[in-house]
Design a protein around this ligand. Structure first.
Ligand code: 5GP
Ligand code: MG
Length: 182
């Protein structure tokens, strides 16, 4: 394990089980609607790859890039939208796939952009939902842009692994872990 890595929060097997269940549930929910999955690069890549392999049914895959972090500090959200994306989402149900929901700024920005492109509907699935509250997640009020599906709830700390990075590192870890303190 790299020296900067602290506690493992979700190991590879736990993630695999949960993501497989999510994939099956989503495929069942969307059945014959053939949604466009819009993956938010780059943090979601491992989650996405496992999710779509558990997805039995028609779907289409597109990408968008969102960046907001400098190291462990959040900043303004910058979107990079590939040419032609609007044509491919217009009039279609869209499912945004992201790694982690924290303040919701990223998902809100992506959602607005997709609706402006003419998406019929925009829902979202995230691997992790970070909770800043001391209160348990289930009692927290759902914000307007709260994710529709969540893999795991996680406490308010910076996490890496399974796609999530710190300045480009640790995306390739097979588990999700907190950074070592100090
Ligand atoms: P939000 O816009 O909801 O505040 O933050 C979401 C985005 O910030 C995520 O897509 C992710 O890229 C990044 N982010 C938020 N929390 C963490 C974290 O704990 N670890 C990492 N690696 N990225 C995070
Ligand atoms: Mg992100």
């Amino acid at each position: 394990m790299p020296p900067a890595i602290g506690q493992v929060l979700f190991d590879a097997e736990t993630i695999a089980r949960r993501v497989r269940d999510l994939g099956r549930e989503l495929a069942e929910t969307y059945r014959d609607r053939e949604p466009v999955l819009v993956a938010v690069m780059k943090g979601c890549v491992l989650f996405l790859a496992d999710l779509v392999r558990a997805w039995e049914g028609p779907m289409d895959l597109e990408f968008i890039t969102a960046e907001s972090y400098e190291g462990t500090e959040p900043g303004a959200v910058h979107l990079a939208v590939p040419e032609g994306l609007a044509d491919r989402v217009a009039g279609r149900p869209v499912l945004v796939v992201d790694d982690i929901f924290d303040t919701g700024a990223t998902l809100a920005t992506v959602r607005e952009a997709l609706l402006a492109m003419g998406a019929e509907e925009v829902r979202s699935v995230v691997l992790l939902h970070k909770h800043t509250d001391a209160a348990p997640p289930s009692s927290a009020p759902a914000g307007p842009a709260a994710p529709d599906w969540v893999g795991f709830d996680v406490a308010d700390r910076f996490v890496v692994g399974y796609g999530l990075d710190l300045d480009g590192r640790y995306r390739n870890l097979s588990y999700v872990a907190a950074l070592r303190k100090g």
